[in-house]
Design a protein around this ligand. Structure first.
Ligand code: GAP
Length: 444
């Protein structure tokens, strides 16, 4: 484990505008984070890649965007009111709070050795009130998972799209959990974003489809360039399964910090995404609670039944963190240390930076700015003339910019610019007329 690496990534995130502490000028709200200019680009690129792979590149999954607020009965039927809680103990001396699961056999406070309170159940859902009156009748929850928005729309999808099994729904959105032990930067927070698929299948096909989704999702992370050594699949033990699941396999990443309680196996390995077989639990529960028949009718076999649901459920923030850690590289270049984020080309927040070699030469600046305007129409491009070229390169390396295009005196004559490649630092001269095509080809 390399806790030092984590400090470096957290520091880079703040220094270069990826992730800031929320409400920092007021001392910060604990374990809450804001994404800055580069962070939001990285996050959006990640979400776009997910959507492309699970919606656009398939013909059996449809997108959705359900509301965060839902009828309170949803959470009774889903089992979250009765089952979605953690057991917690407080230290009577230092007042620290612990998840009972993390304490295992320990009877004393792991921080100060003080006496612990009895473990008490603590529901993880955020409760609030809808409308002007704050009474029990108006109580409402912030959703702890996006999944339920897809289950309660099952009939709407059948009526509007008439899909045949197997088919799925995909959604990206915020979820909220009043976690007892948030921490490790954006790894466990109370407000976070999920990318979830609810894939409806015939019950007898569920085991096979579960395996297929585990493979598909594992490969998605690999295709985004995550190092193979840092990824693994881990099937859940029976005692770990959520109240709705029959089986579940986590895709885990080897984070550079101890994820006490984050994974049964401990160490840095912890969950990026869970792929579960939720059986017909949710559709049955909602049928019963709403009085609406949510069974599927098979036109060919004339059978009516509740489909099983295979659910690949990943975290946006956790994936962004894993990608940042994975992409962080330090390289010795002569007497200098080059920090470079080797992010996949689809994920890099900035694709091209245009840098004039001499900022006091108006013709060079003008040409560089014109080039920037042209490239901006096709790819995320920035212009920077605020330092010497070496410094500008380092700055772009730190945020993972793929190509730096330098305009110099010679460019005015031969109409060529120097393209520097992030990962190899190799440079080549490319005709300015052909630059857009050249870069587009590299990026696709
Ligand atoms: N619908 C199933 C479900 O919500 P989960 O394993 O509780 O399953 C899915 O959550 C994913 O959401 C996790 O794999 C993780 O990436 C992310 N996630 C869950 N709780 C989180 C938290 N407190 N902070 C950040 N991400 C979280």
């Amino acid at each position: 484990m390399n806790e030092n690496l984590m400090d470096k990534v957290v520091s880079l995130c703040k220094r270069r505008g990826f992730i800031f502490h929320s409400s920092e000028i007021y001392g910060g709200l604990s374990n809450t984070w804001d994404y800055g200019p580069y962070g939001v680009e990285l996050k959006n690129n990640l979400k776009r890649s997910w959507w492309k792979s699970v919606v656009y590149e398939r013909d059996d999954v449809f997108g959705m965007d359900a509301a965060i607020l839902m009828h309170p009965k949803v959470w009774e039927a889903s089992g979250h009111v009765d089952n979605f809680f953690d057991l917690k103990s407080d230290c009577k001396s230092c007042k620290k709070r612990f998840k009972a699961a993390d304490l295992k056999e320990t009877k004393k406070c792991p921080e100060c050795g003080g006496e612990l309170t009895e473990a008490r159940a603590f529901n993880l859902m955020f409760k609030t009130h809808q409308g002007a009156v704050e009474d029990a009748a108006n109580a409402i929850y912030l959703r702890p998972e996006t999944a339920q928005g897809m289950f309660v729309n099952f009939q709407n999808i059948l009526d509007s799209k008439h899909p045949k099994l197997p088919f799925g729904l995909a959604q990206i959105g915020k979820a909220f959990r009043n976690e007892i032990t948030p921490g490790n930067f954006t790894f466990r927070t109370r407000e976070f974003e999920q990318m979830e698929i609810e894939y409806f299948v015939r019950p007898e096909e569920a085991d096979k489809k579960l395996e297929e989704w585990i493979e598909a999702r594992f490969n998605w992370y690999l295709n985004l360039g995550v190092r193979k050594d840092n990824l693994r699949r881990r099937p859940h033990g029976k005692d770990e399964l959520a109240h709705y699941a029959k089986a579940c396999t986590d895709i885990e990443y080897n984070f550079p910090f101890s994820t006490k309680g984050g994974s049964a196996s401990g160490g840095g390995w912890s969950e990026l995404e869970g792929i579960a077989n939720r059986t017909d639990f949710d559709l049955r529960q909602h049928s019963q609670a709403s009085g609406k028949d949510l069974q599927y009718f098979d036109n060919v076999t004339k059978e009516k039944f509740y489909p099983y649901i295979i659910e690949p459920s990943g975290g946006v923030d956790r994936s962004v963190l894993a990608l940042l850690v994975d992409a962080y590289n330090e390289e010795k270049v002569k007497d200098d240390l080059r920090v470079v984020l080797k992010l996949h080309k689809d994920l890099a927040p900035v694709k091209v930076a245009v840098l004039p070699l001499l900022r006091n030469r108006p013709e060079i600046v003008e040409l560089a700015k014109k080039l920037t305007r042209d490239l901006k129409k096709k790819m995320v491009t920035v212009y920077d003339d605020t330092g010497a070229i070496g410094k500008l390169y380092r700055r772009q390396d730190e945020v993972g910019t793929l190509y730096c295009v330098t305009v110099d005196v010679q460019s005015l004559e031969d109409k060529q610019a120097t393209v520097r490649h992030r990962d190899t630092m190799q440079q080549e001269r490319v005709s300015i007329d052909n630059l857009k095509n050249y870069l587009e080809e590299k990026l696709t």
